[in-house]
Design a protein. Structure first.
Length: 205
């Protein structure tokens, strides 16, 4: 792709760093910004910069937040004894969109995947064990994508939590094996959570 402006080329290259954005799409975005009022483009840049500099991660569940504790964890209407364990922030958003879950979350920040060099020590597992020890949690829902890596992570977590008097369940197989949680439609995801199974039944399957 040949550019007549180094400024345009640099902007296209930066947009193309974003996931799912190729050079042609990046060029369309840059040309779109060129048509906008300079003040609007400045505001766009300031919003992105402010988001990156000021965003926090909830010290309880590791979800993104504007405060030290996210709005879900701090809400008096949420059931703090029911914790849904998810892989990432996108999964929290997917489940929240169903409007069928009234508990709280724990974001692992990934799943165990030796082939990708991701081990238990790189995930938010220790803080989950601490929450179970200290916060009177009654049930843990393992809402991880039904993949080999997801199942490996569930198995590891169940071993870490087996000494505590907490019920461990997992989402029902409404989501096809190998599927990603965030791409499931809201109805399927809601039913998978509502029809969750005891971990023993899940393992037997």
């Amino acid at each position: 792709m040949i550019f007549s402006s180094a400024l345009i080329e640099n902007a296209v290259n930066e947009f193309a760093r974003l996931p799912g954005i190729g050079k042609k799409t990046a060029l369309r975005l840059v040309l779109h910004l060129l048509k906008q009022d300079p003040g609007q483009v400045k505001l766009f840049g300031e919003v992105i910069t402010r988001m990156r500099e000021q965003i926090k991660f909830c010290k309880v569940c590791h979800n993104v937040s504007d405060q030290e504790v996210c709005s879900i964890c701090s809400s008096p209407s949420r059931n703090k004894a029911l914790v849904c364990v998810v892989e990432n922030i996108r999964d929290v958003m997917a489940i929240e969109n169903t409007q069928q879950f009234n508990g709280v979350y724990h974001v692992l920040g990934g799943i165990i995947s030796p082939i990708d060099g991701v081990g238990p020590d790189q995930l938010n597992i220790y803080s989950l064990v601490e929450r179970v020890q200290q916060q009177g949690i009654e049930e843990i829902i393992m809402a991880l994508s039904p993949t080999i890596e997801g199942d490996t992570t569930i198995y590891y977590l169940s071993k870490k939590l087996k000494e505590f008097p907490v019920k461990i369940t997992t989402i029902a197989r409404g989501i096809a094996f190998g599927g990603e949680l965030e791409y499931a439609d809201e109805m399927t995801l809601a039913r998978s959570i509502s029809n969750r199974l005891p971990l023993e039944s899940y393992v037997q399957k």
